[in-house]
Design a protein around this ligand. Structure first.
Ligand SMILES: Cc1cc2nc3c(=O)[nH]c(=O)nc-3n(C[C@H](O)[C@H](O)[C@H](O)COP(=O)(O)O)c2cc1C
Length: 183
């Protein structure tokens, strides 16, 4: 199989990491892959905040879970109250992806960059997981200043990176009836 397609199909969300920090050269390659994503009107409206401070990573997880625990959505509240859950699965690196407010389609562009980074990580045998739960942290205005997000940018998502402690073998089944053709 073509190596790019094989890499795309091999990537899985990794939810168990080794404590060892990822290699810096590889981290830079991952970020560069994000920067090479397509963007509307070539605006490149992204900003990446790389967090490798365990104390801050743990703090964000705690504060996120506190807010989740008060959610009206039952499964979110249940997760927030789960003492064992670390929302980043103890990953040693977390990258927050923010988009420029004035952009044409910043969420879409930032999502393309996010996926590029995850695929680059997989090709280097580094695990990753997209994190949307962090929105419960972003909603806390008194906390968000700790992230030093540049003025005029809004944080959308986080992505965890680290060496895989466990590689999932089960591939979540993909829906099949999602294509139609017009020829
Ligand atoms: C926008 C978005 C938000 C996500 N948020 C989370 C999250 O907060 N925590 C998590 O463990 N996985 C999260 N995921 C990962 C999905 O659960 C995962 O991609 C999906 O179940 C398919 O599994 P796979 O990535 O192994 O193919 C998120 C994925 C996307 C695209």
């Amino acid at each position: 199989m073509n190596v790019v397609i094989e890499n795309i199909k091999k990537r899985r969300s990794i939810r168990k990491y080794l404590a060892e920090q990822i290699n810096e050269t590889e981290l830079n390659e991952i970020i560069e892959a994000g920067i090479y994503a397509p963007s509307a009107h070539n605006e490149q409206p992204w900003h990446f905040t790389v967090i490798q401070n365990k104390e801050l990573i743990d703090f964000i997880s705690v504060k996120t879970k506190e807010a989740m625990a008060n959610s009206e959505v039952e499964w979110i509240a249940k997760m927030g109250k789960n003492e064992k859950l670390h929302i980043f699965y103890d990953a040693p690196t977390v990258i927050i992806v923010s988009g420029r407010d004035e952009g044409f389609s910043p969420i879409v562009d930032c999502s393309a960059a996010t996926e590029n980074m995850m695929l680059a990580a997989e090709s280097l045998n580094i695990g990753s997981c997209w994190n949307g739960l962090i929105k419960y942290f972003f909603q806390q205005e008194d906390q968000i200043s700790k992230l030093n997000i540049p003025e005029g940018y809004t944080p959308f998502y986080a992505v965890t990176f680290g060496y895989k402690q466990v590689t999932p073998t089960r591939v979540l089944e993909r829906k099949k009836n999602v294509v139609s053709y017009i020829k």
